[in-house]
Design a protein around this ligand. Structure first.
Ligand code: CA
Length: 228
């Protein structure tokens, strides 16, 4: 059992490392986000604890890059502020849990144990994502309604795929754009306004499917089941 700790405050890092050592957990410590990124590429970790405010690359960016490489490593984010935007961004980027500083070492140990117990989910890329009657198959470009392919433009299919993978969770417009661009570099020039237009069209096409794209004011979108 090996953990990566990315934390630039030596006082906090030392307290965490002492607590981990008491719990019998082996840990590597880095102080920079780019070093964390390199360490995670080398694999061999069972869990990562990432501070959000790091020099080099922030913790959310490190996490995003990890998930883009297809890793399902459990990640706990640390943040200095109880900022709901940080939390949404972090969860959007694929964090498994979240701790706001200052935190108690007992609390940290409990969260780490819980994450390790949860075990590893099936690799995201190899599975079929289902949401109600909609499904997304890893080897197909489109989205199915029951057994039929939905009639969608490539952009609509792209946005709906992103929403489906995050179904039930809020995703910001910028995160939608980032995921689109990660899958297709021609999407890099798209703007928030384009996403809004695509979502508007998707809403009509989803009317009879039981799913709906809900707008969460100030944050982004949530794919959810239509009421009733
Ligand atoms: Ca920091």
């Amino acid at each position: 059992m090996k953990l990566l700790l990315a934390e630039d405050d030596p006082q906090i890092a030392n307290a965490v490392l002492r607590a981990l050592s008491r719990a019998g957990v082996q840990a590597d410590w880095v102080t920079r986000g780019d070093d964390a990124d390199d360490a995670l590429k080398a694999a061999g970790f069972d869990l990562a604890v990432l501070d959000i405010g790091l020099p080099g690359r922030d913790g959310i960016e490190v996490l995003r890059r990890l998930r883009e490489r297809g890793s399902d490593l459990p990640v706990l984010l640390l943040t200095a502020r109880d900022d709901v935007r940080d939390r949404v961004l972090g969860l959007d980027a694929g964090a498994d849990d979240y701790l706001v500083k200052p935190f108690d070492m007992v609390e940290l140990e409990a969260r780490i144990r819980a994450l390790l117990r949860r075990g590893k989910p099936v690799a995201a890329a190899s599975r079929v994502v289902r949401f109600g009657r909609l499904s997304l198959h890893a080897d197909e470009a489109g989205v199915r309604l029951d057994d039929q392919m939905l009639e969608l433009s490539p952009r609509e299919a792209g946005v709906l795929s992103v929403l489906l993978r995050r179904a039930g969770r809020v995703i910001s417009k910028s995160a939608v754009l980032q995921e689109l661009a990660a899958a297709d570099t021609s999407a890099m020039d798209l703007s928030d306004a384009t996403v809004e237009v695509i979502v508007h069209r998707l809403r009509r096409k989803l009317e009879s499917t039981g799913a709906e794209v809900h707008t969460v004011r100030g944050f982004g979108y949530l794919l959810r089941q239509r009421d009733g």
